[in-house]
Write a protein that binds this ligand. Sequence first.
Ligand SMILES: NC(=O)C1=CN([C@@H]2O[C@H](COP(=O)(O)OP(=O)(O)OC[C@H]3O[C@@H](n4cnc5c(N)ncnc54)[C@H](OP(=O)(O)O)[C@@H]3O)[C@@H](O)[C@H]2O)C=CC1
Ligand SMILES: CC(=O)N[C@@H](CCC(=O)OP(=O)(O)O)C(=O)O
Length: 346
Amino acid sequence: MTELKVAIIGASGYAGAELIRLIMHHPNLELEMIISSQHVGRSLHTVYKHLSHYPLTFEAFEHTEIVKRVDLIFFATPPGISGKWAQSFVQAGKYVVDLSGDFRLESSSTYEKWYQLPAPQRINIQPAVYGLSEWFRESIQRSPFISNPGCFPTASLLALAPLLNQQAISTTDIFIDAKSGISGAGRKVLQPFQFSESNENLRAYKALYHQHIPEIEQIGAKLAKEEIRVQFVPHLVPMNRGILVTIYVTPLLPLTDQDLVELYHDAYRHAPFVRIRSHEYPTTKEVHGSNYCDIGFFKDDRTHRIILFAAIDNLMKGAASQAIQNINIRMGWKEECGLHFMPLYP
Ligand SMILES: NC(=O)C1=CN([C@@H]2O[C@H](COP(=O)(O)OP(=O)(O)OC[C@H]3O[C@@H](n4cnc5c(N)ncnc54)[C@H](OP(=O)(O)O)[C@@H]3O)[C@@H](O)[C@H]2O)C=CC1
Ligand SMILES: CC(=O)N[C@@H](CCC(=O)OP(=O)(O)O)C(=O)O
């Protein structure tokens, strides 16, 4: 079995810490380098006590050293970092999975508008493929460069995709009410995320300008084969992890309840990490710490709408474990390799 030596850039952040935990349990991945800018020379256990028995030390970002020592690089850095470096690693023959949004959007001007950053300068290599594992397996299998989806787009698109793919809903009438735990914002402590500000509080944010809006619309359009427009409003919920999206759509086809059940089971019959829970309300606790996405739905005959629900763990299916799932797909390993565990409950 092929073994890959791995570097994580941004290993001291939340997504990086989850990658460390997952790689430690993966039979074909060996963690060679953990890279940070603030913690160079410190042992892993000085930053993360829960990973204290792993004898790893944070190293500085050194391009030549990374190229020399590893086969696979995960970027778990804020936007703007992988945009500068990821393509050069691909050019050097490495596998790259980028957890940030730098390569998700096809248009540079769209990136600049929504991320408020200069777009990555594209070099002449095959562009990154979008790593929504369940819908883009074939392109993931062929590419060394994978752009991992955002956490909200993962939940939203997995819920919407079976309907979009069948052109079964109005593409201008999609309302996504999204809720995220606080770890979605990363480890950096900013005022709105402080305990006193977020505990016993619930707030919406970035209703008109969230960077995941163009991502959902770009990928939704590929699935629907026509432009889509979404109204997307995220909310911050006082819990550590978890995303729940509630989506309201208007069917264009006369779908019965039974049609919906069959459509979803059929769409995900080869998807080990999507659990269809028709006529139930999935919860974040039921996917906590796992790579599952639980999807529920109801058809409302009174309003003629369909209501969809999807729950994921933002740091897992929304980030680190989907990144591992994508590498499993790319390498031709079993999709569940190293991800064979159930959610933590309660
Ligand atoms: N949190 C989540 O639920 C999800 C996050 N993501 C994306 O994954 C990426 C990581 O997120 P998350 O772990 O939450 O973020 P964190 O803020 O927790 O961690 C970011 C990491 O990047 C490093 N970093 C920060 N600035 C720089 C810099 N200028 N150069 C190099 N490294 C830097 C930090 O370490 P140090 O300062 O030591 O270098 C830290 O290890 C982000 O792009 C995020 O948007 C995607 C899906 C879900
Ligand atoms: C709660 C919270 O703040 N969540 C973050 C999630 C963003 C994220 O993960 O960033 P990417 O764009 O790289 O996917 C947000 O809403 O901006």
